[in-house]
Ligand binder design. Structure first.
Ligand code: AMP
Length: 281
């Protein structure tokens, strides 16, 4: 039987009971509108932890004033069915007031990294992400927390936070799940018209192009970035936000592609901002 919890104190009590019983706990933080990408995280958690909690919370502090907080897709009943179907035992679905009590003034700032990649074009975004994930980790004290490589800059920020704040939690990163045509799954893909969906394939094409060039021995960042930009040029209506090769830990620009270097892209397709990336072999 899957339980739905709404308060931090209920989640904390349940997590502590599990720990006392010698059970490991996995946490999968999400904003809901769950798809096969989220399902893969839940599957990884169920496979490696005795108990799994999935949080569903559209976190207002990670949205900018002109972003899509109010129209972000919400599908709570379908989400609960998916979580239950994947065998996770707990959904944690707090209200905004529960996670941000009246007058809330405390935030977690991961300096430096939070201003790079998505953080450069979305000021305050990673402050909101770090803050909400810190709240979830404090409430659940999980043994493992599961994130998708899809949000690679977010992974870098959160790894830094978990290390710096000495959270006793292991960060597990799961591969990007894609549509058969290559588009990385995202809750925001439902915003795309059929024509925009077609245009959006340019992101995964650019990523695959860079993977292919690296496989052939090209290691120079400027050459890889130029090749990716040429792929984007075939879809002039798609507006590039960034095309970058960076060190995955620091998000600082890399001059040479080494194993583990992050190649990441972000672009606007119509009114929808999409991201994609690869960790180079
Ligand atoms: P979100 O609900 O968009 O905040 O995402 C919740 C978690 O699911 C994050 O760790 C994301 O990186 C992960 N995620 C989202 N899309 C995908 C995908 N296509 N493949 C793998 N993980 C994903």
């Amino acid at each position: 039987m899957m339980r739905i919890l709404h308060s931090v104190s209920d989640l904390r009590r349940l997590a502590r009971t599990h720990r006392r019983d010698g059970k490991t706990l996995g946490l999968v933080p999400t904003m809901g509108a769950l798809h096969a990408g989220h399902a893969s995280l839940i599957q990884a958690a169920v496979a490696s932890c005795d108990k799994v909690a999935v949080s569903i919370f559209v976190n207002p502090t990670q949205f900018g004033p002109n972003e899509d907080f109010s129209r972000y897709p919400r599908s709570f009943d379908a989400d609960c069915a998916l979580v239950s179907g994947e065998g996770a035992g707990v959904v944690f679905a707090p209200t905004v007031e529960e996670l941000y009590p009246e007058g809330a003034a405390s935030f977690v700032e991961v300096e430096g990294l939070s201003g790079r990649l998505d953080g450069a074009s979305r000021p305050g975004h990673f402050r909101g992400v770090a803050t909400v994930v810190a709240k979830l980790l404090l409430a659940a004290e999980p043994d493992r927390v599961f994130f998708g490589q899809k949000d690679a800059a977010q992974v870098a920020v959160l790894r830094r936070m978990v290390t710096d704040l000495r959270f006793p939690t292991e960060v597990v990163v799961c591969p990007i799940i894609r549509e058969p045509d290559g588009l990385a799954l995202s809750s925001r893909n439902i915003y795309l018209s059929p024509e925009e969906h077609r245009q959006a394939l340019v992101l995964s094409r650019a990523v695959r192009r860079v993977e292919a060039l690296v496989a052939k021995g090209q290691r120079t960042a400027s050459a890889l970035v130029s090749a990716a930009r040429r792929i984007f040029a075939a879809e002039p209506e798609v507006r590039i936000d960034y095309v970058e090769l960076v060190d995955w830990a620091t998000l600082e620009p890399a001059e040479t592609a080494l194993p583990g270097t992050l190649f990441a892209v972000a672009a606007w397709v119509g009114a929808t901002r999409l991201i994609d990336n690869t960790i180079l072999a």
